[in-house]
Design a protein around this ligand. Structure first.
Ligand code: COI
Length: 354
């Protein structure tokens, strides 16, 4: 893939690196590549970041044929920049796109595009502790038409944005509300994909949780509202009586890159990891019986987020006295150590952008 470059007249002012928050400051450039039925992918380019022209009949605006990914570039202490398992994101996007009848962007082109953009935006990869450059690849239909069908044209784009912690609380535990009415995904649906529609449908649950003083929603399965699945922006894991439980990725749960990495670490440390269905009633009972030792969410944006409280209807369980658990902390230290290059990467998960 050849990538042409269009220079920006004036570079943007850089943000206050000590107060980045999440997703607020786009960098100077973005990557774009177009697809149509006749020529496939063409015109890969890195151009000044900014508004794009879109027909009001653009099918994405009406029927949400859109998928996205999230990964990060990390600044190591020696100044070099590295990515974490970018091929996993590329492959997951292909799986998402297959479900949504969208074209595949080849894995090697995906990684090459990410690397080229990050290299261009080197100066935007922050150095401050726990900060990184969040990378947002996304694809959407561009055809202007109001009939529902597989679109004839698409755009694949990548934005970058320097970020701090996803939650303002950082590594302090979050409180989570178990959603007892709305559902996120059903068998045969799009739950395993990273498509915008999954997130649009989840916002009502998020608003409800926030009104009650909770920062995220724990979704139950869409068929019986009985088994725990995932949290708004993360997969979730439970340490019960020394064993780790997490929902299996069987169609309704996002196969998270951080989730997969945690499972590798946990197994290597001798933990039994049960990728099995766990009923919410059994989870709350384990909490009341003193067996629910730790709960944590995993995700690229959130990294590892300890959960200090779970509420299901009127039942509330406080986990580990509302404090970050020992294992959660160890997982966080190990994963972030590998990602920022402070620890050796024995798994071959990182790759330099050079
Ligand atoms: C990520 O963790 O990268 C995500 O995509 C979550 C996002 C919805 C903020």
């Amino acid at each position: 893939m050849e990538i042409r470059f269009e220079k920006r007249e004036k570079l943007k002012d850089k943000p206050d690196w000590s107060n980045l928050g999440f997703g607020k400051y786009m960098t100077d450039y973005m990557f774009i590549c177009d697809w149509d039925r006749e020529i496939g992918w063409h015109d890969a380019r890195i151009v000044p970041e900014g508004p794009i022209e879109m027909d009001p009949a653009c099918m994405t605006l009406h029927y949400a044929q859109e998928t996205f990914e999230g990964l990060k570039a990390y600044r190591r202490e020696d100044g070099k920049i590295q990515l974490f398992r970018p091929e996993m994101n590329a492959k997951r996007m292909i799986n998402s796109n297959e479900r949504l009848c969208m074209p595949a962007f080849p894995v090697e082109d995906f990684v090459a595009a990410v690397k080229a953009l990050v290299k261009t935006e080197e100066a935007w990869v922050p150095k401050e502790k726990d900060t990184s450059l969040y990378i947002r690849p996304f694809m959407f239909a561009t055809e202007a038409a109001l009939g529902v069908h597989m679109a004839k044209s698409y755009k694949f784009m990548i934005l970058c944005c320097p970020v701090g912690a996803y939650y303002a609380t950082g590594l302090d535990p979050v409180k989570i509300l178990v959603e007892n009415e709305l559902v996120r995904a059903v068998a045969g649906g799009t739950g395993f994909t990273k498509c915008g529609g999954n997130y649009a449908g989840s916002i009502a649950g998020q608003v409800k949780a926030e009104k009650l003083g909770y920062s995220q929603v724990l979704w139950l399965d869409g068929n019986e509202r009985k088994y725990v699945e995932e949290v708004g922006t993360m997969n979730i894991m439970f340490k019960i009586d020394g064993e780790i439980w997490t929902a299996p990725t069987v169609g309704t749960v996002l196969p998270g890159v951080t989730r997969d990495s945690m499972i590798h670490l946990l197994k290597d440390w001798g933990y039994k990891v049960r990728e099995e269905r766990l009923a919410i009633d059994d989870l709350m009972k384990a909490g009341h019986d003193g067996k629910l030792e730790e709960v944590f969410g995993t995700g690229t944006a959130a990294v590892i987020s300890p959960v200090g409280e779970l509420r299901y209807n009127d039942d509330v369980v406080v986990i580990n006295g509302g404090k970050t658990g020992e294992l959660t902390q160890k997982l966080y230290d190990t994963l972030t150590g590998i990602q920022w290059g402070r620890l050796p990467d024995n798994y071959g998960w990182t790759q330099l952008v050079d």
